[in-house]
Design a protein. Structure first.
Length: 74
């Protein structure tokens, strides 16, 4: 995911997750901190999501709007 981000950089709210060490280059800091950012975001999404959909199910070629609407959210 870091490679994908580096090839198409966009604004990101890092909050306090981007912390540069002494004598560290920005690219090094980014490579070290990016996994922490992803982990943090995943926890936030889990906390606030009403529904989660398995990645492989969601990205399956046959997954359509009707499948999404029929997900049991109990």
């Amino acid at each position: 995911m870091l490679k994908a981000y580096l090839s198409n950089r966009r604004p990101v709210l890092w909050m306090d997750l981007f912390k540069k060490d002494l004598n560290e280059e920005n690219e090094e800091t980014l490579a070290r901190c990016y996994p922490r950012l992803l982990f943090h975001r995943e926890r936030l999404y889990e906390r606030y999501a009403d529904v989660t959909i398995d990645y492989y199910k969601h990205h399956h070629d046959e997954f359509e709007l009707e499948d999404f609407l029929n997900i049991d959210i109990r």
